[in-house]
Structures are given as C-alpha cells and as structure tokens.
Design a protein around this ligand. Structure first.
Ligand code: TXA
Ligand code: MG
Length: 317
C-alpha cells in the first residue's frame, strides 16, 4: 500500500530505515533514498526498473555541502550555485569515496543539487545523510509533477509519497559539468542557458554534443507516453493523421479536427515558463484519453522552448 501525506517526520523516519519515499521538488517528484547507503539506493533501481549504469542525482540542503561529497568544487560551481542553489541546477563533480558506486552508476563523478521545495529542504534538514532521487516514474515514462502521478505510476511499490502539491517548474533540472571556464550543459532543463551565461559572464557555455556518453540518462527514448507521440507543425500533423482519433498538445491554439479526443493548451498566452509547468501533467492526461496518437506542436526555440522540445523529442521515439 502506498500512502500519500504531508508528514515530513514520517518521511524522514522511513528514509532512516532505508526505505524509499517519493518527495516533491520544484522540478518534478523524486524517488528518494539515503544516497550513502548502497542497499537503499539499489531499491530505487528496482522500483524504477532503471538500468544500473544510469547515475542518480544526490540532493543536499545547501551548496556548502557539495565539498562533503565532491573532491573538488571549482569556484565557477560556487558562482553558479550562488545564483541557482537552491534551484533547478545540478552539478556533476568528481566524487568522494563516501558516495557509493551504486549511487553514481559505477562512475567516478557525482551529480549534486539543492532542491528549492520547502518540504524537500525541511526533510533534508531533518536527516544526517543526502538523498539520491531520480524522477519518480518507471524508467522511460513521463515524469510526475503531482503526488497523484507518482501514486498512479509507482503505487504499491513504495510506502509513502510526500505530497507537496504541483511542481512549480515542471521540467527536470539542467545538468552541467564545469571545467576551467567552460560550462558544459549535459541536459537542458529548469535553468535556461541564457541565465547560466548571465550568472557567469566570463564563462563559455556549450551544449554537449554526445549527451548519451556524458550523461547516461540522456538515452533517446525517454519521457514516453504509452500512446505514440509525433512532434512537428500541428497543421501538417493534423493533415497526415486526419483519419485517426488524435490527442493534441499545442502551445496556445488547438487547430480544428473532427476526431480530437483530448486537447491541451500549454499556455494560452504563449508563455514558455507556463508551458514548461504544464507539459508533463498535460502528457499524463492526453496519454490517458484513449487516442490512437498524440500530435505535439514543436515549441519556438527561445526560453524553455529547447528544453520542452528535447522532452517531446524523447517522448516521440
Ligand atoms: O530535477 C531533477 O533533476 C529531478 C529531481 C527529482 O531532482 N531528478 C531527475 O533525476 O531528473 P533523473 O535520474 O531522472 O535524471 C538525472 C540525470 C540523468 O540524465 C543522469 O544520467 C544525469 O542526471 N546524471 C546523474 N549523475 C550523473 C553523473 N555523475 N554524470 C553525468 N550525468 C549524471
Ligand atoms: Mg528521469
């Protein structure tokens, strides 16, 4: 039985016993366990059906904690952390030996992040260990942005979901690695590249061209609904799939079509922050609508547009 509730003490107690608890963060819900316990972390991989080589993000209560788990914390990391921690930015750093290999997928780097949700921070302050937490969905499926999404997808497999309401960002964290004056973005997400550049004007920001190698979670097929999804220009897609029962994911306007069984407008005012916040909840809803195919509009290449398109592309494989 999976229980939903707002009892942070209860969540802390379960985590101390080596159990799994789903927790709210500002990005998406995470499936948390004691990051320093191999046994606890292995339960995450089992519950998600996640490949063992895919490393987990370790959540800490403040950037001052980075040096407890990372061998070196470059100044540029602390400069970015001053702007974005707590927040949706994850740093890949050289790991210390106190972080088990199970947590880092066998690699010698560790991904560290300070979540910006008050319940997650409260929880971390009650614990004397950090929390490993991937998104709380079965491996490959749509990330959860409400406690109900977690219960739908992992119900029965975990004892407790800490309910912190709907996630305010709605996209997973941006993952970066830093070397010298270069910031390499390994995964697009909740911090925009333009904001990284503003926070570190002296740095060069590059987007990794071999994401799968640098960040193993960037496998192409990911975030996938059960219903087939195609991404592109909506008018064209509607023409191509005219005879089918379709669900439509649009930025602002739903085009006319006779067989729309469900539609989602991510942001009626074309605000891409709002679109990001609504993305995963809309995908969950459209996926449950009984359509033959989901037609998704490609977002403009500005603000969160590239990060949303990245998720939709992975959902379409
Ligand atoms: O917003 C988020 O990041 C959420 C919340 C719960 O914090 N977590 C999340 O975790 O999205 P997950 O496991 O679904 O995605 C973590 C990503 C994966 O792409 C993984 O490969 C990458 O971070 N990653 C983790 N550790 C890494 C490492 N040591 N080196 C490179 N990439 C790493
Ligand atoms: Mg994930």
């Amino acid at each position: 039985m999976t229980e939903l509730g707002t009892n942070v003490e209860k969540a802390a107690e379960l985590l101390r016993r080596g159990e799994l608890v789903a927790i709210p963060t500002e990005t998406v819900y995470g499936l948390a366990a004691n990051a320093l316990s191999s046994d606890a972390v292995l339960k995450i991989y089992a519950a998600k059906g996640r490949p063992a080589f895919n490393p987990l993000i370790v959540h800490v209560r403040g950037a001052a904690e980075f040096s407890r788990y990372a061998e070196e914390v470059p100044e540029l990391v602390m400069q970015l952390a001053a702007h974005f921690s707590p927040g949706p930015l994850t740093f890949v750093l050289k790991k210390k030996s106190n972080v088990p290999d199970e947590t880092t997928g066998g690699g010698n780097s560790v991904a560290l992040r300070v979540p910006a949700h008050p319940m997650a921070l409260d929880l971390l302050h009650q614990l004397d260990f950090p929390l490993a937490a991937p998104s709380a969905n079965p491996s490959g499926f749509i990330s959860p942005v409400t406690a109900a999404h977690v219960a739908d997808q992992l119900g029965g497999l975990i004892p407790y979901v800490l309910d912190g309401g709907a996630c305010s960002v709605g996209l997973e964290s941006t993952v970066v690695a830093v070397q010298g004056d270069t910031i390499t973005v390994l995964r697009l997400g909740g911090v925009k590249i333009s904001d990284l550049q503003l926070a570190a004007p002296q740095a060069t920001v590059v987007t990794s061209t071999t994401p799968a190698a640098a960040s193993p979670g960037q496998l192409r097929s990911h975030y996938a609904p059960r219903t087939r999804l195609v991404l592109g220009n909506l008018d064209k897609l509607i023409q191509e799939h005219r005879s089918k029962k379709v669900a439509v994911l649009a930025l602002a306007d739903l085009p006319p079509h006779q067989n729309i069984v469900a539609g989602a407008k991510l942001s009626p005012t074309r605000n891409l922050d709002e679109a990001a916040r609504n993305l995963f909840a809309s995908l969950h809803r459209l996926d449950a609508a009984g359509a033959e195919i989901i037609l998704a509009e490609r977002m403009p290449e500005e603000g969160f547009g590239p990060a949303i398109n990245d998720r939709l592309e992975r959902a379409s494989v």
